[in-house]
Design a protein around this ligand. Sequence first.
Ligand SMILES: Nc1ncnc2c1ncn2[C@@H]1O[C@H](COP(=O)(O)OP(=O)(O)OP(=O)(O)O)[C@@H](O)[C@H]1O
Length: 278
Amino acid sequence: MTDTRQVTESSEAVIEARGLHFRAGASHILRGIDLTVDRGEVVALLGANGSGKSTLVRALVGINTPSEGTVRLLGEPLGAGRRGAGVDWSRIGYVPQRAGAGGGIPSTAQEVVASGLLHGRRLRLPRGWRDQVANALEQVGLADRVRDPVHLLSGGQQQRILIARALVREPDLLVLDEPVAGVDVASQEAFAATMERLVDGGLTVLVVLHELGELEPLVSRAVVLRHGKVVHDGAPPRARDDHDRVGHRHQHPHGDDNGGRVVRDTAETRALDLEVRP
Ligand SMILES: Nc1ncnc2c1ncn2[C@@H]1O[C@H](COP(=O)(O)OP(=O)(O)OP(=O)(O)O)[C@@H](O)[C@H]1O
């Protein structure tokens, strides 16, 4: 594996995963993942369906317990005992993949977003929570739906409610699993503009994507998974000239510039239509 990035602890690291394995029954889903995300980075996690992206982010936010390996979040270990007891979860926002925002319970948009202000032992909403919720809903373009039951919103609108729930904490780290899947182009643009403003303010982002899309200008690094392993960690992909036309936005990581770290070449990436140049 060619990797110029040092696998050492970094004081700037917001996420640090070392030697992560995840097994479920006979399936060996994550196979030795090393991943570091430094403060202020926007890292896209890419890979074909089933390559392990969601499993990895769920391990990084403490939902999946790895079979082997370690995770540090904001400098604190996610240990085995009192898991993540030292991690300041109030500084972390997480948007899961394609989960309905209502969970079958007829909550309003306001209630779901407000739940993002609760964490750990804080069971009461803070003073001024209504304004915080209104502001978060404004950021996803749903300010006028504050009283609406989320189960009556469309799938894309529910996804935006979950983004608002993550944003309402004003997190330092945002972990997003396909946040704009099923979200229309105008809302993707609005989401990208919100992300740009937050990243300018110092937010660190790890985002699972299939297409960089509107987030492309913000992405500082791409990590590509295949069969539970990192096959590229470096320069974000960019559209090939002959593909760079409307309706054809495949992404191609190039390892030859921006300090890109090519981990494995073509055979592993072809299935994704990725082009890697060592
Ligand atoms: N708890 C589990 N038990 C058994 N298999 C699992 C479990 N969790 C994930 N898998 C399997 O692990 C593989 C990776 O799943 P994962 O959801 O991480 O992929 P992904 O890269 O996020 O895919 P997609 O792009 O389709 O969302 C899949 O084959 C999935 O079926």
